[in-house]
Design a binder for this molecule. Structure first.
Ligand SMILES: [Zn+2]
Length: 100
């Protein structure tokens, strides 16, 4: 069996929640509607807060991800919606207790 690092580095296992949160955060930054520190440390904190709030969506099938079923697509859209709702809350939380 592979070591833990090797196991997860194959890229076969993906938590799509990570992708969704990253993309939603990027979109939010581009819209520039909310002012907040965008250093790596703060962005890491914000992403962790959101990832702990929303369900994970693990997939080990590149085929599922490339040719998503309607159910897969619906789950993905729900996750996107949740991430979009949670991000501003996470930003407020991190703002209140800056780590630097
Ligand atoms: Zn910062």
């Amino acid at each position: 069996m592979l070591s833990k690092d090797e196991f997860f580095k194959t890229g076969e296992i993906v938590n799509l929640a990570e992708e969704v949160v990253f993309e939603e955060l990027k979109a939010l930054i581009e819209r520039a509607e909310i002012e907040f520190c965008q250093c790596d440390k703060c962005l890491f904190d914000i992403v962790c807060v959101v990832l702990n709030k929303i369900p994970s969506m693990y997939s080990s099938s590149i085929a599922d991800r490339t040719y998503p079923s309607p159910e897969f697509k619906a789950d993905y859209e729900t996750l996107k919606q949740l991430a979009a709702e949670e991000l501003p809350l996470a930003i407020e939380r991190i703002k209140e207790r800056l780590h630097h």
